[in-house]
Design a protein around this ligand. Structure first.
Ligand code: DC
Length: 214
């Protein structure tokens, strides 16, 4: 079973994917971390995150590269979003993502193009969204926890710029698919969100099981 969770930055898709991973006991891959790790490693090794430098790094990424808390810093999200426009980068990261569920009997992955490109055949697809102001407040709090004090205005502007880039890029843009269930996390407490997500997945799973036994 593959579950695809797509949505913009700070929409709550990570929270949704973690709920699914923990409740249904399946592995979770945050694919944004792959792009962030690429940004981080390229800067670390070559100082500038040009396409040429990123291409020297991209094939060597492993799961060990995804655990550094620094990857969450705003600057790596921005560089990741710029590198993510490039076809050669996206193609190079496809195999890593597609091999991930082979480690066990399925997985939940979150990102921008999981349901459209990485796993168009995913049995369950969710599109997680939230109001820009709510997302900006969340991101600002996350950054504060990491010791970065960024004004609400700057966080909002950065999210807007990334949304624009992620939605309008020529390859694998962020889209809300017609076969995805939309989950708006703007005004929902964690407990209710958890209940809603479990219900959606169980209902979908039941309908798939019924369909396959016919
Ligand atoms: O989810 P995130 O904010 O950590 O992702 C960082 C950037 O990586 C995002 O702005 C675009 C890119 N990305 C992508 O293009 N495709 C994915 N599946 C995941 C992330």
């Amino acid at each position: 079973m593959i579950i695809a969770v797509d949505g913009p930055s700070a929409s709550g898709k990570g929270t949704v994917a973690k709920i699914i991973s923990e409740y249904f006991q399946i592995n979770y891959l945050d694919t944004g971390l792959l792009y962030r790790a690429l940004a981080f490693k390229t800067i670390k090794n070559y100082k500038t995150a040009s396409l040429k430098n990123a291409l020297k790094v991209v094939n060597g990424l492993t799961e060990d590269d995804l655990s550094d808390p620094q990857l969450r810093l705003q600057k790596f999200g921005e560089i990741a979003s710029k590198l993510a426009k490039e076809k050669q980068i996206r193609d190079a990261l496809l195999a890593f993502q597609r091999n991930f569920p082979n480690q066990s009997n399925g997985a939940v992955l979150d990102g921008r193009d999981i349901g459209s490109i990485v796993f168009p055949e995913a049995q369950i697809k969710l599109f997680v969204t939230a109001k820009l102001s709510v997302r900006a407040l969340r991101r600002q709090k996350d950054m504060k926890r990491m010791g970065q004090n960024i004004s609400f205005k700057d966080v909002e502007a950065s999210l807007k710029a990334r949304d624009h880039r992620d939605i309008n890029r020529a390859i694998a843009p962020l889209v809300c698919l017609t076969d995805a269930t939309v989950v708006d996390t703007s005004n929902i407490p964690f407990g209710s969100l958890k209940k809603e997500i479990i219900e959606i997945v169980e209902k979908k799973y039941k309908s798939l099981s019924l369909g396959s036994s016919e």
